[in-house]
Design a protein around this ligand. Structure first.
Ligand SMILES: N[C@@H](CCC(=O)N[C@@H](CS)C(=O)NCC(=O)O)C(=O)O
Length: 207
């Protein structure tokens, strides 16, 4: 298998971390869509030129981290899958991933609005919308902070809710400018610290 995309992308990182936790052999190719030659190569696997993308051992290209995780879960089977296959635990995990993915998507949108990675000239930024997105991220992660059962998101078992949450939280915390409303998430910080002590997380942690 080949995983395309750098771990600066939280969606790519959650796939890279899951591959490690499952002990699946793979090659990591950190292509960047922002570099024209790399974009061309990436588009062979993802017509959108986004990361992550996965090339399977039988030559299929899978796009979108949720679809890739679903593929990997099926590959390892229900006993080993980090996403509970059914029942309340599955609903809980999917719900946490839904909120945390929404929060990080808002954070990524802000990352493309202002700062060194901005795609828009500063005079074209519509301030009320950017401020609202900072608020949405804050509201999302603070709600998630209150949902941590401990030691992991849904209790004793590490699940995909933790993998996704930690990858998303680390991105949000790393890229939040000092001018944005501060985040009060002691439980998510502790969860991130616990997870990043594991090699599967620390090896994918962006510098
Ligand atoms: N829903 C997608 C989101 C992927 C995504 O947002 N990728 C970003 C990097 S974090 C990207 O490639 N952005 C460049 C672009 O959209 O052109 C997934 O889960 O894989």
């Amino acid at each position: 298998m080949k995983l395309f995309g750098g771990f600066g992308s939280p969606f790519t990182r959650r796939v890279g971390t899951t591959l490690r936790l499952y002990g699946l052999d793979h090659e990591h190719i950190p292509l960047r869509g922002s570099v024209p030659e790399e974009l061309e190569q990436l588009q062979k696997f993802n017509p959108l030129g986004r990361v992550p993308a996965l090339e399977t051992d039988d030559g299929r290209a899978i796009v979108d981290s949720a679809a890739i995780l679903d593929y990997l879960d099926q590959l390892v089977g229900p006993e080993k899958s980090l996403t509970p296959p059914s029942g309340d635990a599955r609903t809980e995990v999917m719900n946490i991933i839904g909120i945390s993915a929404g929060a990080v998507e808002k954070s990524i949108s802000c990352y493309y609005e202002e700062g060194v990675n901005a795609k828009r000239p500063p005079e074209m930024v519509f301030r009320p919308w950017v401020d609202r997105m900072y608020e949405q991220t804050k509201e999302g992660v603070e709600a998630l902070d209150g949902m941590v059962k401990g030691p992991w998101m849904i209790g004793d078992q590490l699940t995909q809710a933790d993998v996704s949450m930690v990858c998303f939280w680390d991105f949000i915390a790393m890229h939040r400018p000092a001018s944005a409303p501060a985040l009060n998430c002691p439980n998510l910080s502790a969860l991130s610290e616990r997870a990043n002590a594991m090699p599967e997380f620390s090896e994918t942690r962006p510098g």
